[in-house]
Design a protein around this ligand. Structure first.
Ligand SMILES: [Zn+2]
Ligand SMILES: [Zn+2]
Ligand SMILES: [Zn+2]
Ligand SMILES: [Zn+2]
Length: 490
């Protein structure tokens, strides 16, 4: 399966375009204003700036053209397994089954070759400590799809790295951890249960790691880490970068980020032209989610209320990812929130003559119900997916996030899935794929324009499908001509 899968999705990092009113969010520890990450190298197109509401961020120092590399192969400050992951190799982050164990600490690795690789993260950081305490996953834990022991590895590496020398410590101190907010909403307590207590008490490493250091490392990861994965999702890790993590959030980012899954190096390109003085941004959430879900996700995982232009616009900049068909106008007009920044807002019809309003409870019940139906869909049954789209297109805008997610899946499925390769598709499915590409491109042009992975992959898929369709039509014409000639044989 290739094509539409994006090699890296930010987990996502740092702080964002947040509502200035929410003062608590910016109570950092320690105050970041006094801290400095390594400065950008000479000739960089950006500098590290500071905003009272957003904290530290990257600002373009000159005009940057679309597709220009802004950050070239930035080395990760730290890499480690994701939270609640299936068991992975502690060096290359590929899934492991426990058949090869590290000869020193008995944690599973993928192979002897990986164990012997130079610069293995595992040997460099936790191996010796784990070996000294003889702590490793049990056979039962190795069967879990959400093995919480792996949650401890990345925070331990950050603490060990910060102990190595004052320069490294300064880099870590420069990253946000939203300490107060994590305490307020209980994440602090969860991290104590899944990371701090296991490391300090169960593994008896309290003399090497104190509570505060581990909590800060957990916060840095939650706020700043990017997800590292490859196309077939065999690699699963998270990584923190000193510069890339300073990009502010925007629900319409102006960059495209990719992480090389083998080296975990991050490259950031301009997706669109960026003017001197503009913020360099990425999205910490899923671009194809509607505003209610995006803002809830950002609040829950990144601890801020996004008030970016897209979140503030009832139509999401005309993409209509959240719009509903107006029941009174029988689908001719769309209903949007009166105040998109308030989840309790009433919704009203955009039709000038109509003015129909719907209460927040009614909207929420409808969306919960449809989302549940969508979650229960069998994704192997493409006919069922097409029927779902057809059925609910009368209630939702055709670009509604619930439908667009399924359309995105189908667009990728047709032409890439086994048995559905482009050359195997009948003409009507080639035509359908082109329609899906065009619809999705309309959304991509608004929400991830320019050289974004989403936009570029759709263009590529569209071009290949149009070529295949032209080839199919030509051979059909050939057949017709041959038939005609055959018919005219004496
Ligand atoms: Zn490995
Ligand atoms: Zn080991
Ligand atoms: Zn936003
Ligand atoms: Zn209406």
């Amino acid at each position: 399966m290739s094509g539409l899968i994006i090699t890296s999705v930010p987990l996502p990092p740092s702080i964002g375009t947040a509502c200035p009113s929410d003062g608590l969010l910016y109570e950092s520890s320690p105050p970041t204003a006094e801290l400095k990450a390594a400065e950008p190298t000479v000739g960089s197109s950006y500098k590290i700036g500071q905003s009272p509401h957003i904290g530290r961020l990257l600002i373009a120092t000159r005009d940057i053209c679309a597709d220009e590399v802004i950050i070239d192969s930035e080395e990760a400050l730290a890499v480690g397994p994701k939270q609640a992951t299936h068991p992975v190799c502690l060096n290359c982050y590929r899934r492991v089954d426990g058949s090869y164990l590290c000869p020193l600490c008995q944690w599973p690795l993928c192979s002897e070759a990986c164990w012997q690789s130079e610069n293995g993260h595992h040997q460099r950081y936790e191996c010796e400590l784990l070996a000294s305490k003889q702590v490793h996953p049990t056979i039962e834990e190795l069967k879990q799809d959400d093995c919480r022991l792996y949650d401890c590895i990345a925070p331990m590496r950050i603490v060990l790295d910060s102990h190595r020398n004052p320069e490294r410590n300064r880099l870590w101190l420069g990253l946000e951890d939203h300490r107060m907010y994590r305490k307020k909403i209980g994440i602090w307590q969860i991290d104590k249960h899944t990371v701090v207590d296991p490391v300090r008490e169960k593994w008896q490493l309290g003399d090497r790691f104190d509570d505060e250091e581990l909590q800060r490392a957990c916060g840095i990861l939650e706020v700043n880490a990017f997800e590292v994965c490859d196309e077939d999702k065999s690699i699963s890790a998270r990584a923190v970068y000193s510069h890339a993590c300073l990009m502010a959030h925007d629900c319409v980012p102006n960059t495209a980020c990719t992480v090389n899954p083998a080296t975990q190096k991050m490259t950031v390109r301009a997706a669109v032209d960026i003017s001197a003085g503009q913020m360099i941004t990425t999205s910490y959430t899923f671009t194809l989610d509607g505003t209610l879900r995006r803002r809830a996700h950002l609040k829950e995982t990144k601890f801020f209320d996004c008030c970016c232009p897209r979140c503030s616009d009832p139509t999401e900049l005309g993409s209509h990812l959240s719009s509903l068909a107006c029941p009174r106008c029988s689908g001719r007009n769309y209903t949007v929130p009166e105040d998109p920044l308030n989840p309790e807002s009433y919704w009203k019809c955009l039709g000038e003559q109509c003015g129909n309003r719907i209460g927040p409870t009614q909207v929420s019940q409808l969306l919960t119900c449809l989302q549940r139906k969508a979650d229960e869909l069998n994704y192997d049954d493409t006919r069922g997916l097409e029927i779902f789209i057809e059925t609910w297109s009368s209630i939702l805008h055709p670009n509604h996030s619930i439908l667009i997610g399924i359309k995105y899946y189908l667009c990728h499925f047709y032409g890439n899935a086994p048995g559905y390769q482009l050359h195997q598709l009948p003409l009507h499915l080639l035509v359908r794929k082109i329609k899906l590409c065009e619809e999705l491109l309309g959304v991509a042009l608004i929400l991830e324009p320019g050289a974004s992975n989403f936009h570029c992959s759709l263009i590529r898929e569209l071009e290949l499908t149009e070529k295949e369709l032209a080839r199919g039509q030509m051979s059909e014409e050939d057949t017709e001509t041959t038939d005609f000639e055959d018919d005219n044989q004496p």
